[in-house]
Design a protein around this ligand. Structure first.
Ligand SMILES: [Fe+2]
Ligand SMILES: [Fe+2]
Length: 367
C-alpha cells in the first residue's frame, strides 16, 4: 500500500507500463540470450577500435613509468634571471631568431607526435607503445613552451608579430617566415607519410630525430653561458635521450623482420631526414627540400654570430659538423647490422650509398 507521494507515483508509472510484444516480465534466460546473440560487423581497418591493452615489451612499460614525471617544467625554469635589458636589440632578435628556427623542429613536436600517437592506436600497437607516444607528446609540449617563452621574453609578440627596430631584426623576421614556409611543407608531407609507411620505417626516422635532438641539446647545454638556457637545454636533452631509448626498444623488435624494399625506403628516408634535420643541427643543405631565398644564408650567419655573442651557445659551423657527424655515425652503427644501407652524406663527410632526393617522396622526421 502506498505510504508516500513518491510510492504512489511509482505505482501509477508501473500500471501504465506495458511490455513490448514477445517479451515477458519474467527474468530472461541467459542461455537463450547467448543463443540469439550475433557478432557486430567487422571492425574497419585503421580504426582505433577494438581497444585492448597488450604488453609485449615490458621494458617500454618501464620507460613510460619513468616518463610520467619528467622532473621539470618550463614555467619553473629561472626566467627571472634573464636580464634582457642588459642585451642589445640585435642580441635579443638573434636569440629569439634561433629559438624560432628551433621551433620548426621542437615546437612542431606536439602536433607531430600527437599524429604519430593516433597512428599507433590505428595500427593497434601494444599498449606501452601508445603510452610512450603520449608521454613524448607531453614532453614535446614542454619543449614548445621553452621556445615560446624564450622568444617572447626576448621579443614581445615575436616570432613574427613585431616591428623590428634594427636591420638585423628585419632580417630575422624575413628568415623566420622562410623557415616556417618550409615547416609548413614538411608538415604536409609528414601527414601523408605517417599513414603511408609501415612502423619500422617510421621508427627508424623517429630514432634519427631523437639522436639529432639529444646531440644538439647536450652540446648547447655545455656551450651556453645564459643560466636559464643552460638548465632548459639540460632538461630537454634528458627528455630527448628518453625518447631515443623508447625508439631503440621498439626498433630492436621491428628491424629484424624487414623486407628488402623496406630497407631501401629506410635508406632514402634517412637521407631526407638528414637534409631536414641539418636545418638546425648544421646548415640547411642547398638543392634538396629547403626552399630558401639567396639572402637567407648570409643573413642566417650574421644572426647566428650575434646569438653566439649573446652567450646562447650556438656552436661554430665546424663544431656542429663534427657533432652531427658523430651523431650520424651512431645511427649508422645501429641500423647497418640489420642489413640496411646507410645513405652517403657528403656534406659532413660520411660515406654510404648515394641516394637521389625525390621531391615527391614524403618523408618522416621528428625531433
Ligand atoms: Fe623535443
Ligand atoms: Fe624528441
Amino acid at each position: 500500500m502506498a505510504s508516500s507521494k513518491s510510492d504512489r507515483l511509482a505505482e501509477s508509472l508501473a500500471a501504465d507500463f506495458t511490455l513490448p510484444p514477445g517479451l515477458t516480465d519474467e527474468a530472461p534466460d541467459p542461455e537463450k540470450l547467448l543463443f540469439n546473440g550475433e557478432e557486430p560487423p567487422a571492425f574497419p581497418e585503421g580504426n582505433i577500435f577494438p581497444l585492448e591493452w597488450r604488453v609485449e615489451t615490458p621494458k617500454l612499460e618501464e620507460l613510460y613509468e619513468k616518463s610520467r614525471d619528467p622532473g621539470w617544467s618550463p614555467e619553473r625554469l629561472p626566467w627571472d634571471t634573464l636580464d634582457v635589458d642588459s642585451m642589445s636589440w640585435d642580441e635579443r632578435y638573434a636569440v629569439a631568431y634561433w629559438f624560432a628556427l628551433l621551433s620548426v623542429f621542437d615546437a612542431s613536436g606536439p602536433a607531430v607526435f600527437a599524429r604519430a600517437m593516433i597512428h599507433t592506436y590505428e595500427t593497434h600497437e601494444e599498449a606501452p607503445i601508445r603510452k610512450c607516444f603520449f608521454a613524448i607528446t607531453r614532453d614535446e609540449h614542454n619543449h614548445e613552451e621553452v621556445c615560446q617563452r624564450a622568444i617572447q621574453t626576448m621579443v614581445p609578440n615575436g616570432p613574427l608579430d613585431f616591428e623590428p627596430r634594427t636591420v638585423l631584426g628585419k632580417l630575422a623576421r624575413h628568415n623566420i617566415k622562410w623557415y616556417y614556409h618550409n615547416g609548413a611543407r614538411y608538415w604536409t608531407g609528414y601527414n601523408k607519410a605517417v599513414s603511408r609507411y609501415p612502423l619500422p620505417i617510421l621508427f627508424t626516422s623517429f630514432l634519427f630525430g631523437e639522436v639529432a635532438s639529444s646531440t644538439l641539446f647536450s652540446s648547447m647545454h655545455e656551450a651556453t653561458t645564459i643560466p636559464v638556457f643552460k638548465e632548459a637545454f639540460r632538461r630537454i636533452a634528458q627528455d630527448e635521450a628518453r625518447h631515443r631509448a623508447i625508439c631503440m626498444f621498439v626498433l630492436k623488435k621491428l628491424l629484424p623482420a624487414l623486407t628488402d624494399e623496406e630497407k631501401s625506403t629506410i635508406t632514402r628516408q634517412l637521407r631526407a631526414g638528414f637534409v631536414f634535420l641539418s636545418g638546425i643541427l648544421y646548415e640547411p643543405p642547398e638543392g634538396e627540400f629547403w626552399e630558401l631565398p639567396a639572402i637567407f644564408r648570409p643573413a642566417h650567419r650574421l644572426l647566428e654570430e650575434k646569438a653566439r655573442e649573446a652567450g646562447l651557445g650556438v656552436l661554430s659551423v665546424e663544431k656542429r659538423e663534427e657533432n652531427w657527424r658523430e651523431a650520424v655515425l651512431k645511427m649508422k652503427g645501429v641500423i647497418e647490422p640489420y642489413g640496411i644501407a646507410f645513405p652517403a652524406l657528403p656534406e659532413i663527410g660520411v660515406d654510404g650509398e648515394t641516394v637521389a632526393f625525390d621531391p615527391n617522396e614524403e618523408f618522416v622526421a621528428v625531433f
